[in-house]
Design a protein around this ligand. Structure first.
Ligand code: BJW
Length: 233
């Protein structure tokens, strides 16, 4: 088999589950406690901005008490030691990849620690609470919203992502249910372009049959083992 030169990795909520961050679709997960239409759509935000700002303020505060786990750390090791090209795409809005040591992370669904100004469209770092309606640091309008991608909105950097999917020789999906597009379609894009495809997940995802190989188990065990395999030990 030819050596792997270019890897695209997609991560989802499952990689952060063992750090103590709720996934979305599990029993007791985020979507069981909140209506998706209320907290993850532009229409929900227009209807009740305080509810949405509180929801994201609470999620941002929760980041302070969690730590990256061995799966995040293993992907940081891969970034440091893999000689080929690597693109790490995450659907997660937490910062555990960065805190685990990854320097180059593409957050396609935005970031909890970022604010988006609805007036001037500037993205700015965000550490406090948004419920107090602070002004945008650039245009001063009180129109900041969470910098997260809600249903019906376009995820970030899709051009760069599709380009990488077309040219990678290995696509790896980690800890995602495959329920949300366009991310759920990446496996098909990569496979159609000739890449080998691997899924690492606790249970088979919705698109499991699209992958050449599926390994089932907790990310904290599967990801370090796979990284060691790629790096030869
Ligand atoms: C473990 C584990 C452990 C647990 N170890 N594993 C009909 C058909 C097709 C598409 C659509 C449709 N109707 C509407 C759409 C489009 C829509 C969509 O996909 N809807 C579906 C519900 C059908 N998508 C959109 O609107 C997107 N935009 C869009 O499509 O724009 C147009 C476009 C066109 C063409 C090209 C490009 C774009 C935007 C989607 C935005 C999603 N936003 C959210 C919220 C972000 C902010 C926030 O965090 O609050 O993103 S929703 C939520 O789901 C979040 C996640 O990133 C995303 C994916 O969830 P994820 O990560 O997979 O988590 P779970 O909980 O679902 O799964 C966890 C997995 O981990 C499970 O499998 C567990 O088993 C596993 N696991 N513990 C390993 N220890």
């Amino acid at each position: 088999m030819a050596a792997t030169r270019s890897i695209v990795i997609l991560t989802g909520a499952g990689i952060s589950a063992e750090s103590g961050i709720d996934t979305f679709r599990s029993a007791g997960g985020l979507w069981e406690q909140h209506r998706v239409e209320d907290v993850a759509t532009p229409e929900g935000f227009a209807r009740n901005p305080n509810l949405v700002l509180n929801f994201y303020d609470m999620r941002r505060a929760a980041l302070a008490v969690v730590e990256p786990n061995p799966a995040h750390e293993a992907l940081a090791r891969l970034e440091r030691e893999f000689a080929g090209e690597l693109l790490l795409i995450t659907q997660n809005v937490d910062d555990l990849h960065e805190r685990g040591g990854s320097a180059r992370v593409l957050h396609m669904h935005g970031e909890l620690k970022s604010a988006l100004c609805q007036s001037c469209e500037t993205r700015s770092p965000w550490h406090g609470t948004m419920i107090e309606r602070p002004p945008c640091p650039v245009c001063r309008a009180p129109t900041l919203r969470p910098d997260v991608v809600w249903f019906g909105e376009m995820p970030y950097q899709m051009g760069r992502i599709y380009q990488a999917l077309e040219t990678c020789d290995l696509f790896v999906s980690i800890g995602t249910s495959g329920a949300v597009y366009p991310a759920a379609g990446f496996v098909q894009e990569a496979r159609a372009a000739g890449a080998r495809t691997l899924e690492l997940n606790l249970e088979p995802s919705e698109g499991s049959r699209m992958f050449h190989e599926t390994r089932l188990g907790p990310a904290s065990a599967l990801v370090p083992a796979w990284v060691a395999e790629v790096l030869g030990g």
